[in-house]
Design a protein around this ligand. Structure first.
Ligand SMILES: Nc1nc2c(ncn2[C@@H]2O[C@H](COP(=O)(O)OP(=O)(O)O)[C@@H](O)[C@H]2O)c(=O)[nH]1
Ligand SMILES: [Mg+2]
Length: 239
């Protein structure tokens, strides 16, 4: 089962859904349309996805939680088997999402609880300066001892145990960092897997800068919450 959070992805959502439906092990694709103002919802349905719709924009993490909620609903009515892995896929991968089989396989085989896709160099160069990536990578290292190559990658496959450890998700763009830290803290196995993915690279225009500022804020918050949790959990106050 796959969950695709999407906002204003009319250009790519149909290709992404079609590609994800072809990934071995994925029977159902749930698109969560997070307050899009374009045709994302209609195109996702036409491509064969289950659709969840947020009337207003709630952010990526909330959309992912809504996707899990719909999956639970489908399970209750017998339309999804229990105990299956969940694959989270960004909506902007289009046809390249076919390569995500490499992410699902180790989880289905029981070799990992969380697999994270690493992307090859992208055809168009990004406008970022790696600030958010550095913050995320160093924060995860500090909290878990593990240094991920691509800490913000959104393509992730989780076992049921990993879903339990990672929910509720950190808010907004902190969801990936929070997930990695929480799954490792639960003693589960996390692995990065190279996949031949191409996404729309965020530019250096003002929209790109606003996107990165929001990412920075959400990643910093997810890390701060987990530092605090660890401090409170690890050093209980003596009465
Ligand atoms: N649910 C939700 N998804 C979003 C939002 N903004 C972007 N997305 C989706 O999150 C994924 C990653 O966003 P993207 O703009 O590609 O960010 P980047 O890959 O970090 O540059 C894509 O699938 C987007 O459609 C949002 O506000 N809410
Ligand atoms: Mg992207």
């Amino acid at each position: 089962m796959a969950v695709v959070p999407a906002r204003d992805e009319a250009d790519r959502i149909a290709a992404t859904v079609t590609a994800v439906r072809d990934v071995p092990g994925v029977a159902t694709v749930i698109v969560v349309d997070d307050g899009s103002t374009d045709a994302t919802a209609r195109l996702a349905l036409a491509a064969g996805a289950e659709l969840v719709r947020h009337a207003r924009n709630h952010g990526k993490a909330d959309a992912m939680m809504s996707g899990l909620g719909r999956a639970a609903g489908l399970r209750r009515v017998g339309r999804l088997p229990g105990g299956v892995a969940v694959l989270f896929v960004d909506a902007d991968l289009a046809d390249s999402a076919r390569s995500l089989g490499a992410l699902v396989e180790p989880v289905m085989a029981g070799h990992a609880d969380l697999t994270v896709a690493t992307l090859p160099p992208q055809r168009t160069a990004g406008g970022g300066h790696g600030l958010v990536v550095d913050l995320a990578r160093r924060g995860i290292k500090e909290l878990t001892g593990w240094t991920p190559v691509q800490p913000l990658s959104g393509m992730r496959c989780l076992s049921p145990a990993a879903v339990a450890a990672a929910t509720p998700f950190a808010r907004g763009w902190g969801v990936e960092v929070g997930m990695t830290v929480d799954v490792l803290a639960a003693g589960l196995v996390v692995r990065e897997v190279p996949c031949e993915l191409q996404h729309r690279v965020t530019g250096s225009d003002w929209r790109g800068q606003v996107h990165r500022a929001a990412q920075y804020r959400d990643v910093a918050l997810a890390l701060a919450v987990r530092r605090l949790r660890r401090r409170l959990g690890g050093h209980p106050r003596v009465p």
